[in-house]
Design a protein around this ligand. Structure first.
Ligand SMILES: [Zn+2]
Length: 159
């Protein structure tokens, strides 16, 4: 919150950080601010949701994303008792990740740099889980859920 020489109370959700910014005219009482924010909770929720679902700004570079993906893969390979031969990045139009079960190469969509790290973690777990169960059948989702009980949240963010 920032007291400023503005005419009206204004709220904005910053798209990079997801933070709520409130600009308040200098002579506004806290009671008024509270009432204003309180009457806009639905709007705030909607903005935060929109921001979480449609991030636009990359939080890291491709090189950093690759390092992050490789570190996550290292951790999750051990936990899932599988081993990929290589983790690589590619900009893809329709998929967040691809696992070639013959070569055991996992390809990660570089667009994931615009999403929270936990989304990348979900994609890594998902692709590694394919080394255990190839198809998207019930056993596959059980493997994913057994290590990431809240995976549906991150899957929904990537829709
Ligand atoms: Zn899959």
């Amino acid at each position: 919150m920032e007291f400023k020489a503005v005419k009206n109370l204004r709220m904005k959700v910053q798209s990079e950080t997801g933070q709520l910014h409130v600009s308040v005219p200098l002579n506004t009482s806290y009671a008024t601010i509270e009432r204003f924010v309180g009457s806009h909770t639905v709007w705030i929720d909607r903005q935060l949701e929109k921001n979480a679902l449609h991030p636009k700004v990359a939080r890291i570079t491709d090189a950093e994303l690759l390092v992050e993906a490789q570190q996550l893969a290292e951790y999750w390979q051990e936990r899932l008792e599988v081993s990929a031969s290589r983790i690589r990045l590619r900009k893809m139009k329709t998929r967040w990740g691809v696992c070639n079960i013959n070569t055991r190469i996992i390809t990660i969509n570089s667009e994931l740099k615009k999403y929270p790290e936990r989304c990348l973690e979900y994609v890594i777990v998902h692709e590694l889980a394919h080394l255990r169960v190839a198809a998207h059948k019930k056993e596959f989702w059980s493997v994913v859920e057994s290590v990431l009980p809240d995976y549906k949240l991150f899957r929904a963010m990537l829709k």
